[in-house]
Design a protein around this ligand. Sequence first.
Ligand SMILES: [Zn+2]
Length: 244
Amino acid sequence: MIQQLQLNDICIDLQLKDVKHTYLKIYPPHGRVVITAPKDSRLEVLRAYVATKLDWIKSKQQQLQTQERETPREFINRESHYLWGKRYLLDVQEHAKGATEIIVGHSKITLRVKPNTNQQSRAKIIHNWHKALLHEVIPRLLAEWMTKLEVIVKGYFLRKMKTRWGSCNHQAQCIRLNTELVKKPKYLLNYVIAHEMIHLIEPTHNKNFFKLLTTHYPNWQTAKAELNQLPLVAETWDYVVAQT
Ligand SMILES: [Zn+2]
């Protein structure tokens, strides 16, 4: 059985072992926190110990998340681009005449642009397309969750964000969603919407929040872990150890 400690929004796996000292490890790629402690350790003591390390844990997790980010796309031929969890190769075709077009094929996304469309413009075309794709599906998901949770969302915004999948302005009853979600399977978008909309009932990540989340989205932990997986590059990591 895995024991866990929950401190604020950080969940820590507890391993009681035949060891002399207590130590914390942060595991890449998602910053999983594991505390290893002598078998006879008392939970309150371990909680107090972790509490003194919270800032350190958060900064290390942030560091890992920063490193984990996808490398910037250049919008060139044969580059990998994800859409709803599926990988495609980009095929850039230059057309002197004709409108800008994006065609999704079996394993290829064709981007038709005018000659000399630079990287920044290509990125913008793709970004706007991503937004349009999200706008096609989000209103229905919001409506579904409004019924299930009996809350009202007055509006939603799409933005490319570096560190968060979504956020909720509880007072304004608005949610913000990361346009990067278009690269993930659709159920993960649904998970982020559920998460943010539960914040309309419970603004902080307290016990009640997770209770509601578990009721309405039972496998949220899997969804969360999957969301934070690296989409493209497999890298090797060293873990970070806190000294006691
Ligand atoms: Zn949240």
